[in-house]
Write a protein that binds this ligand. Structure first.
Ligand code: GRF
Length: 187
């Protein structure tokens, strides 16, 4: 049976799109069972609709606390019988409610060669540091932000000072690496 993925995103959703396309064209023997988004109005929502993927879109402000909205997310994931949760630009720290239910089944993609440059401004921080070898990491998600065990990495050289260019180069790599890594994990 096809493995069932959940993809979590907060913004553009280019990684969501790469994963959904790979599922649609058979490159991935999986199905995106649900796209979870914490930003009503994010571009990724339209992308999910175009791929016919169900969505759970929520506004964190309308819940009293993280545990409350994560309890809702857990219900959605359980209901969809999700095998693997792929964070793809989900700009929120995963809390203990979701970890208690799904730790060991949650992965994240991060635009640096971890453990260097954790956090939300990895590319900007690396450029400011004068880095010459950049990269992408995919890792298990645990309570330590961007600190779970690394599953896959890919490096590239860049000798310049334009974060937008690093993002552009990095995202092409992300789309391939995420699909390849998911394929290995669900085998
Ligand atoms: C990616 O660059 C990823 O590394 C980071 O967030 C970004 C999401 O981009 N975690 P997109 O929404 O998939 O286009």
């Amino acid at each position: 049976m096809k493995k069932r993925l959940a993809v979590f995103a907060s913004g553009t959703g280019s990684n969501f799109e790469a994963i959904a396309r790979a599922c649609a064209d058979g490159a991935l023997d999986a199905e995106v069972a649900v796209m979870v988004c914490d930003k009503p109005g994010a571009a990724v929502i339209g992308k999910a609709e175009r791929f016919g993927v169900d969505t759970f879109v929520f506004s964190p402000k309308s819940y009293a606390c993280k545990a409350d909205f994560e309890a809702e997310i857990v219900k959605v994931l359980d209901g969809k019988k999700v095998d693997l949760v792929c964070l793809a630009g989900y700009m929120r720290i995963v809390g203990e409610t979701l970890l208690n239910a799904y730790e060991g089944k949650i992965i994240n993609i991060h635009p640096s060669l971890l453990p260097a440059f954790k956090g939300a401004h990895a590319v900007e921080d690396a450029v400011a540091y004068g880095v010459k070898v950049y990269g992408i990491s995919i890792h298990w998600v645990n309570a330590d932000l961007d600190g779970g065990k690394i599953i896959a990495q890919r490096a590239f050289d860049y000798d310049g000072d334009d974060p937008a260019e690093v993002h552009r180069i990095g995202q092409k790599i992300e789309h391939q690496l995420y699909v390849e890594t998911i394929a290995k994990l669900i085998k």
